[in-house]
Design a protein around this ligand. Structure first.
Ligand SMILES: C[S@@+](CC[C@H](N)C(=O)[O-])C[C@H]1O[C@@H](n2cnc3c(N)ncnc32)[C@H](O)[C@@H]1O
Length: 192
């Protein structure tokens, strides 16, 4: 969290221009018009803003106080400063969007977080999440800890958390803002 608090402005500048068009398409095709979406670990607020502009009802939270301030400025939303591990749903959503954010939750805590997300979705609601590809966890050059996943690992985690009806896991190649190649494991899971 220290990294995101200490480098919030720089982080927003770096990640705001990233195009998420393909991922939005896969997620939103499953969400009813004007449906409710939770952006969990919203960072800059880029995706919350996109969902708002497209007519969805949006809640968002993030654990970084500094990113929350910037995301509130960007979106005009009231954004909670909250850790995944403390999240307790007051609303039941049509969709939960957790792009590149659950990857900071240690594996031992991930199961409970995923179970809470499942409980926060309507029947037929959709969870989108993404992790860096890897068989082992890692710490990057910025000091951030990552819980990495293969497709098989994410599929098993989602199934164990109760996403037992429909899951779609994909491996995607992309480029970091610094220009290095990065493989991502993305999961779309339907709450039964
Ligand atoms: C790699 S960024 C991704 C941000 C945003 N979802 C995006 O796609 O640009 C990871 C985000 O997760 C947030 N985060 C890290 N650990 C968290 C936790 N335990 N609970 C909630 N948010 C957390 C960070 O503050 C940061 O905004």
């Amino acid at each position: 969290m220290q990294y995101y608090n200490n480098h919030a402005v720089e982080y927003v500048k770096k990640t705001l221009p990233i195009s998420m068009t393909e991922q939005y398409g896969k997620f939103l095709r499953n969400i009813p018009n004007n449906g409710s979406i939770l952006d969990a670990g919203c960072g800059s607020g880029r995706d919350a803003l996109y969902f708002l502009k497209n007519g969805y009802k949006v809640d968002a939270f993030d654990a970084s106080t500094e990113l929350v301030k910037l995301a509130e400025e960007l979106t005009g939303l009231n954004i909670s400063c909250l850790r995944f591990q403390e999240f307790c749903p007051h609303t039941i959503y049509d969709g939960i969007w957790a792009n590149a954010s659950l990857l900071h939750v240690p594996q031992k805590q991930l199961h409970d977080v995923l179970k809470t997300f499942k409980a926060s979705l309507k029947s037929g609601g959709i969870l989108f999440c993404s992790f860096k590809y890897g068989k082992k966890d890692a710490i990057d050059e910025l000091g951030r800890s990552f819980t990495n996943k293969t497709c098989e690992m994410l599929d098993k985690d989602l199934s164990n958390a109760g996403f037992t009806s429909r899951r779609s896991i994909a491996l995607q190649q992309s480029t970091t803002p610094e220009g290095s190649p990065q493989a991502w494991v993305t999961g779309l899971a339907v709450a039964p």
